[in-house]
Structure formats: structure tokens, C-alpha cells
Ligand binder design. Structure first.
Ligand code: UDP
Ligand code: MG
Length: 154
């Protein structure tokens, strides 16, 4: 069984270009429902923690600087098979390689300023969702507190 949530960030580049509405419209049209959402800005510590897995990469420092440079939208998205389906909707990390019609193809500026984040596994979706939202801030389509589907790799 696959998890029912993924976690996304609308990155500072997309926020500053006023793409929030267009991106949320694509997310809804693709069948995701918003389980939690906030408009916020990452501190240096939060940005470095969130991208800790990339700390040895040459792009890490620039990435954290970019991700902390302005406000972002963070959200939990609910849908069956959420992680895989959302990665398909956003497209390749590098917009030059992203399929036509994907969020990154439409709204990314570069491999770094690529409009959105999407979790890469069910376990990371849980960790990322937990980092930004408490259980009392997550709701299902019926307005009840969100129940998470048990997944093997969490
Ligand atoms: N990134 C970058 N340069 C690279 C590769 C990635 O600046 O050569 C940034 C980009 O913003 C990307 C993030 O680092 O979204 C995380 O990289 P990852 O490989 O996890 O890509 P993603 O899962 O976001 O597609
Ligand atoms: Mg990733």
C-alpha cells in the first residue's frame, strides 16, 4: 500500500513571480486535496535542516540561501499514491528535462529555482509534513483530522 500524503513547497522564485494561484490550481486539477497549508519563510537553521540530505553537495549553500531568501508556501497534499503522482505532476528537477505541462516546465527558472519541492518517498513525506505541521493542523476532505495510511517504509 502506498501513502496518502505528500509534502510540497512553493519556492521563493515562484512566490515572487505570483505563481501561487496557478500552481495551486494545477494541484487541485490533478486530484490532490490540501490537508494543511501555510505561508511562511524559512530561517537558515530550518533551511539547512530541511535539505540536510544534500549537505555534501556542491549546490547546498546556494540552495539554502535561495530557499531562505523569501516567503514560501508549505502544504500537505492528500491523494492516493500521492508521492509518485506529485513527482509526475512537478516533473524533472531540471526544467530543461521536465515534460511539457509539468509544474516545473511551466514555472521553473533553473535547476535551483525550480518552482516547487515534492517529497521523494512516503517516509520523507511524513518527516517533512511533521516538520511543518502538528496533527491538529491537518484535515481530510471531510474536515476531520487527517488519518495517515500506514506505509511499510515509514
Ligand atoms: N538543486 C540545485 N542544483 C542541482 C540539483 C538540485 O540547486 O544540481 C536544488 C533544486 O532546487 C532541487 C533541490 O536542490 O529541487 C533538491 O535536489 P533534489 O535532487 O532532491 O531534487 P528534487 O527532489 O527537488 O527534484
Ligand atoms: Mg529531492
Amino acid at each position: 500500500m502506498t501513502g496518502n500524503i505528500t509534502f510540497t513547497i512553493i519556492k521563493p522564485c515562484a512566490v515572487s513571480h505570483e505563481y501561487i494561484g496557478d500552481i495551486l490550481k494545477m494541484i487541485s486539477a490533478a486530484g490532490f486535496s490540501i490537508a494543511a497549508m501555510k505561508y511562511t519563510k524559512l530561517s537558515q537553521i530550518q533551511g539547512a535542516y530541511f535539505y540536510n540530505v544534500h549537505k555534501e553537495k556542491p549546490f547546498f549553500e546556494d540552495l539554502v540561501e535561495f530557499m531562505t531568501s523569501g516567503p514560501i508556501v508549505v502544504a500537505i497534499l492528500e491523494k492516493e499514491n500521492a508521492v509518485e503522482d506529485y513527482r509526475k505532476l512537478i516533473g524533472n528537477t531540471d526544467p530543461a528535462k521536465a515534460e511539457p505541462g509539468t509544474i516545473r516546465k511551466l514555472f521553473a527558472e533553473s535547476i535551483q529555482r525550480n518552482a516547487v519541492h515534492g517529497s521523494d518517498s512516503d517516509s520523507n513525506a511524513r518527516k517533512e509534513a511533521d516538520f511543518f505541521f502538528s496533527k491538529s493542523e491537518r484535515f481530510d476532505r471531510g474536515g476531520h483530522f487527517l488519518e495517515l495510511v500506514p506505509v511499510e517504509d515509514v
